[in-house]
Design a protein around this ligand. Structure first.
Ligand code: ATP
Ligand code: MG
Ligand code: MG
Ligand code: MG
Length: 445
């Protein structure tokens, strides 16, 4: 007989106490002095991101993502995760180092040309650094001998670095050679089911861009070297965009110029409207692939009649680092970053006054305020920074906070010392400055 052992006492360590982030301690090295140019391959978001210490250039098209930018990117990834998982997406992470053999089988080892980073291992076996993962994911599915129709649709996605030896890396994170993409791959039992999946992913993409409060357009697109028969791109309208888009003034027709006979000015859909051209930054791209890859790799499942059937596929890319930079590009002014509220690196910056003989009390109040915001509003945990550089005037620090684009800046000034203390609150979105008590501020936030 075994005597039951008491379960080992589980020692749960208490959570670490996170100190308030202090502006003086943020690693935010400016890579560009005010007025200095970033070179000719530059654009607003690149210049602002370098100036504010968000990114640092390593090699052409390769960047360090510094702490403040990374906070924003992690928020963006969480938002994307929510939307992908809401439609059944399961997150995976596939190797960046991809064997050439798979790419030779699909025919893309040749087709990708110079855009592919190629290398060899010590045994002289060819590899590439993954520019996209259709081959890898289809091979993964093909290796599953027991996949049943009951397990479909299957949606696998990842958020990983992609490598493309772009001919002209430029505009900072907008066109990198090493960048983050969210790529999802879907496997379905039939064309009908695959198209249903296709449309639900397009719907999620629209939701993501809406939640970021970005203006977007969805256009019919070319399938390029990925292939397939149905494809859409999602663009942020912007003059520096490298894609030309055509929109009908009469109906809902919209397309990348690549899909329309050039020179065409009348709408191919309603035949009455005229097409007007504008420019966009491509942030997402969806493809209905059919069996293009699943046939080659023999990615099959057992259908309801207990027979093997080839999966119907789709693939769906979203440029994570590109969305980050593109949203800064379209929302910011020449010298101040503006973020989609949901992905601003920090939500609130609290500014105590410049150090002086009568300011100890105000500094203490500023610290208390941060504490009370964090304790009363769980959503603000870790989201409030204290600009403790009190050797600088409030004016000088306000210039910095404006440049970084905190959604809310709270100045603890003269009026905070009065009998009924109020704080000066700068709301970046409305451009308003209002005076609020602690309770008023809690309500606002
Ligand atoms: P582009 O036309 O700008 O070269 P693409 O059509 O080659 O992009 P896709 O293969 O459709 O790109 O990849 C899916 C998404 O990945 C794109 O919609 C874009 O958001 C992002 N992306 C592609 N290339 C880059 C890059 N060089 N830097 C940053 N993001 C990129
Ligand atoms: Mg490209
Ligand atoms: Mg493109
Ligand atoms: Mg594309």
């Amino acid at each position: 007989h075994c005597t039951p052992q008491p379960s080992p006492s589980i020692h749960t360590p208490s959570k670490p106490v996170m100190p308030t982030p202090l502006v003086s301690r943020l690693f935010q090295p400016s890579n560009l002095r005010e007025g200095q140019e970033a070179g000719d391959m530059t654009c607003r978001s690149q210049r602002l991101m370098l100036q504010a210490g968000l990114i640092h250039l390593s090699n052409p098209g390769c960047f360090y993502y510094l702490p403040v930018a990374l906070r924003s990117m992690e928020k963006l990834v969480r938002l994307i995760d929510e939307e992908m998982q809401a439609i059944g997406g399961q997150k995976v992470d596939m190797p960046a180092l991809c064997g050439a053999e798979l790419w030779k089988r699909s025919g893309r080892w040749e087709l990708m040309g110079k855009e592919m980073f190629r290398l060899q291992d010590r045994h002289n076996v060819d590899y590439c650094l993954g520019p996209t993962h259709e081959e890898a994911v289809t091979e993964l599915l093909a290796s599953q001998s027991t996949l049943s129709y009951k397990q479909l649709p299957l949606l696998l996605y990842q958020v990983t670095r992609k490598f493309r030896d772009e001919q002209k890396p430029k505009f900072g994170l907008l066109r990198g050679r090493e960048f983050y993409m969210k790529d999802m791959y879907s496997f379905d039992v039939s064309e009908e089911a695959a198209l249903h999946t296709y449309h639900s992913v397009c719907h999620s993409y629209r939701r993501i861009l809406d939640r970021l409060c970005l203006k977007w357009v969805q256009v019919q697109a070319d399938t390029g070297n990925i292939g397939g028969t149905l494809s859409h791109e999602f663009h942020l309208p912007a003059d520096i965009g490298e894609d030309r888009l055509l929109m009908c003034g009469n109906c809902d027709f919209s397309a990348n110029v690549e899909t329309v006979a050039l020179g065409q000015t009348d709408c191919p859909q309603c035949h009455t409207g005229t097409l007007t051209e504008s420019k966009g930054i491509e942030v997402g791209h969806t493809f209905y692939l059919g069996t293009k890859y699943s046939k080659v790799f023999n990615a099959t499942f057992t259908n309801a009649q207990n027979k093997l059937s080839v999966s119907e596929m789709g693939c769906f890319g979203l440029g994570v680092t590109r969305i980050l930079a593109a949203s800064i590009e379209v929302l910011s002014s020449e010298d101040s970053i503006r973020w989609p509220g949901l992905i601003a690196p920090y939500q609130v910056c609290v500014l105590p006054p410049k150090k002086g003989s009568k300011t100890n009390e105000a500094t203490h109040m500023a610290e208390k305020l941060v504490e009370s915001l964090e304790n009363n509003l769980p959503n603000l945990k870790g989201e409030v920074v204290l600009d403790d550089r009190t050797q600088l005037t409030i004016g000088k620090r306000l210039k910095d906070t404006n440049r970084l684009g905190y959604p809310y800046v709270v100045v603890v000034g003269q009026k905070a010392m009065e009998e009924h203390p109020v704080f000066e609150v700068l709301c970046q979105k409305s451009g308003e400055t209002i005076f609020l008590s602690t309770d008023g501020l809690l309500d606002l936030l």
